[in-house]
Write a protein that binds this ligand. Structure first.
Ligand code: HEC
Ligand code: HEC
Length: 199
């Protein structure tokens, strides 16, 4: 008798918990479709310049707290606490890189990724690679604290063909995410962060 009661109690608690998780997920999916899907896609897979939120790669960190910060304040948004830092255009700043310099840097990236690369070009590129290491790291693996992507994982936010990579380096990039944009309440932001971190 007592045993049956316990079983029923556990069952009820279980159902209540599943119900709560389900309600949170519904809230997240609704908020996502209304506020995020237009850019990140209904399937969360993004497009050129807009990151895939369904994979394991995170520019700004993939734990729940990091994702929550991204959604709450956005990236290069108008929020005063926005995430910032950007990819400079190296044709137009102090480095004044030429197309040839950039072509050599592309070879350097191939070498860092463990692929075959012309040693002479890599040697020439090393002189300019110093411009990159503060943000992308000596080995090109990126830095989540400033949203600098891993350059050797074979995944490219802005396209992985030579021309797209050269354009990223020469002209710079500044992707903007409005995040919740002041429109989402705390519960929606938290449920979105949880949902995106768990997938
Ligand atoms: C106007 C288009 C747009 C909308 C709307 C938008 N985003 Fe974004 N989002 C972006 C872009 C572009 C980036 C990449 C920013 C960068 O380059 O760092 C981004 C980045 C992110 C990231 C960081 C991904 C990573 O790899 O670290 C998260 C998380 C995110 N968005 C979530 C959301 C959520 C949740 C919503 C809805 C509440 C939303 N975004 C709405 C364009 C958008
Ligand atoms: C001040 C920090 C900073 C420096 C210095 C910097 N980068 Fe970046 N880089 C970034 C950030 C941040 C992004 C992502 C911009 C965005 O998401 O819109 C980026 C993006 C890129 C991309 C696009 C990656 C992709 O996935 O499409 C390439 C390629 C790149 N950087 C190469 C370089 C090279 C080569 C150098 C040195 C010549 C360099 N970066 C120097 C911060 C930096």
């Amino acid at each position: 008798m007592r045993c049956a009661f316990l079983v029923r109690l556990l069952l009820c608690a279980g159902i209540a918990l599943i119900g709560k998780v389900h309600a949170q997920e519904t809230l997240a999916i609704r908020a996502y479709q209304a506020n995020c899907a237009s850019c990140h896609g209904a399937d969360r897979r993004g497009k050129i310049g807009v990151p895939n939120l369904a994979d394991k790669i995170w520019l700004w960190g993939g734990d729940t707290a990091s994702i929550e910060t991204t959604i709450r304040h956005g990236i290069r948004s108008s929020d005063p606490a926005t995430r910032q830092g950007a990819m400079p255009g190296f044709k137009h700043n102090d480095a004044e890189l030429t197309d040839e310099n950039i072509a050599d840097l592309l070879v350097k990236l191939r070498q860092l990724a463990g692929r075959q690369a012309d040693a002479k070009a890599v040697e020439r590129a090393d002189e300019n690679w110093v411009w990159c290491v503060d943000c992308h790291g000596k080995e090109g693996k990126g830095m989540q604290s400033i949203g600098a992507p891993d350059l050797i994982d074979g995944e490219w936010l802005y396209g992985g063909d030579k021309q797209s990579i050269a354009e990223s380096i020469g002209e710079g990039r500044k992707g903007v995410c409005p995040g919740g944009n002041g429109k989402l309440d705390d519960a929606a932001i938290k449920s979105l962060a949880q949902w995106l971190a768990e997938k």
